[in-house]
Structures are given as C-alpha cells and as structure tokens.
Design a protein. Structure first.
Length: 308
C-alpha cells in the first residue's frame, strides 16, 4: 500500500524576530517504512520528534526535501497533478484538533458531503442517504446533520471528522494524534471506533501518537521516533516485550519523560546518536558515531548497545 524510503524534511526558521540568519532544523531524517494492505503502523514519539511532519509529507500536504514515497505502486512525490487527483480519494487524513479541521460555518451535512461532491462519487439525489449512512457508521444519528461544530462535544466532532475521511471509501488513512485532545473516556470510544473501521473495511492506517499504550492497542507494527530519526521499529508485542533502545524504555516509563534535558527540537547536526544527550547508558562512541537501524525484520534498533 505505502512504501517510504529515506524521507527527509528540513525547515528554516528564525529563532527570534530580530535574527538576521535562518537556522536549519532537520525535522525528519532518513525515515523509511512500509505499510501493507489492511495493516496499522503506529508512529510514536514525544512532541517535536517529527511525527506530524512525516504525516504531512506522506499525504503531500508538504513536499519532502528528499527520499521516495510509493503509494499503491505509484511515485507519489513526482506523479503529475492530473494523475494524483484520482488517487487522492484513496488517501485521507484525520487531524489532532477536530474543531480546527472542521469549517465552523459549515453544518455536519455539508462537511461530510463535500468530498463526495468534489470527487463526484454520489449522485445528488443519493447524497443525503449516503451522508446519513456515514454518520451511522461513526456512531451518530441524523439529528447531527444540521449541527455546527461548536454545537458538539470534542468526541462528536472527531466522529464527524472520521466520517468525512471515510466518505471517499479510502484505502489508506493517516490518523495524526486523533485522540490526544479528547478526554480519557472519549479516547477509548474513538479508539474502539478505529478498530471497528479497520475490522469492517480493511483500511490501512498510519496511526500517530505520543502515547505508547494507545499505539500498542491499535497497531500491528510500531516505529519509535526521536528528533526526526527512527530509533527502533518492530512488531508490537515483540517491541513491548523486549524494548531495546533506551528511549523506547523511557517512553514506556512515562514518569521519566518529565525529566527533560532542555534540548531543543530537531536533530543535532554531526556524528552522534540523537538520544546521547539524555541516555544514561551512553558510551564514548555514542557521541562520535551515528548508529544505524539494524537487526531482524521483526525488531530493529539504532543503538550501539545492541550492535551485536
């Protein structure tokens, strides 16, 4: 379904409004992964590690600086615009904040009907029935058709956003922190909805979160990112039963995350492990060389502690 190879993205920013020169921040560096049909890949890491940048590059909301993306066998980066548009309906994205992703001036009916009309998937006489069906699929009744986003709760808004993403019957969905802005009780409902959608429709999914417990519940495989680099990858149960990278173990013990070293976002330049500044097990070589992602296909890690 999706193949990403050596994906790179760098941003140029000014640290202060008065700065003369821009500074390059390496948001994503040499990220590679594959996603099979019907599979869910979890992408996990703390804020600023590059997860959302990967999502934007995969969906081509932002063009990568380098690397390759193949979607359904097509070169997704260099494909002509006229050929990309028909494939657009096969790839949808669900954002973190459902209130910001929904037009506050549009009622629920208009929000869900829009992709159907843009891609000419339903005749106008069948439009209302199709929108009702999509609402039912995400656990909402037709009373919501005439509501505005501000008239609904966060969980209800996210259900509408999911319904809109399902409108085109996509083969692949990117879910970028879809439950992080919701209450814990509502999070469980939305996660169960995602599981139900995957079971019924067989959709491939890239599920992004900073919470390993949520990712574990829904993913077949997991990638762990730190400062734009994939530091560990593997099948879900294998990774949880035997976490190899020190950062993965930090994520599994969330209380340790509060002990922030104060390092800035973005990957360090130079030859070193990106996690060396915070790792209690670092060796001298960790500050001189960059470990590569290595190991068996079901569990790979970029760490000198496990190079053998």
């Amino acid at each position: 379904m999706l193949s990403v190879s050596e994906l790179r993205k760098t941003y140029e920013i000014r640290r202060t409004p008065f700065a003369v020169h821009k500074e390059a921040i390496r948001a994503v560096h040499n990220v590679s992964f594959e996603l099979a049909k019907g599979q869910t890949l979890g992408l996990v890491g703390e804020s600023g590690c590059g997860k959302s940048t990967v999502a934007k590059c995969v969906t081509m909301l932002e063009k990568p600086d380098g690397g390759r993306i193949s979607f359904m066998g097509r070169d997704w980066i260099n494909i002509p615009h006229k050929e990309r548009m028909p494939l657009r309906k096969e790839m949808q994205i669900i954002f973190q904040d459902p209130f910001a992703s929904l037009n506050p001036r549009k009622r629920v009916f208009a929000a869900i009907a829009e992709p159907l009309l843009v891609h000419r998937l339903v005749a106008k006489k069948a439009l209302v029935e199709r929108v009702r069906e999509l609402l039912k699929n995400v656990g909402l009744d037709e009373d919501f058709l005439e509501k505005f986003p501000h008239e609904m709760s966060g969980g209800q808004r996210q259900r509408v956003a999911i319904g809109r993403a399902l409108a085109t019957s996509p083969s692949f969905i990117v879910a970028d922190e879809p439950v992080s802005s919701l209450d814990v009780s509502v999070q469980a409902q939305i996660i169960n909805l995602f599981l139900d959608i995957r079971e019924r429709l067989g959709i491939s999914m890239l599920f992004i979160s900073h919470d390993l417990n949520i990712v574990r519940f829904i993913s077949d495989r997991i990638l762990v990112m730190y400062q734009g680099v994939v530091v560990e990858s593997g099948e879900t149960e294998e990774l949880f039963s035997n976490p190899l990278h020190p950062y993965t173990r930090v994520l599994m013990h969330a209380s340790i995350m509060a002990e922030n070293s104060g390092e800035e976002e973005g990957t360090r330049e130079g030859d070193c492990c990106v996690f060396s500044g915070r790792c209690g097990q670092r060796r001298e070589m960790c500050c001189k060389e960059t470990p590569l992602l290595a190991g068996p296909s079901n569990h790979r890690v970029a760490c000198f502690l496990h190079e053998n």
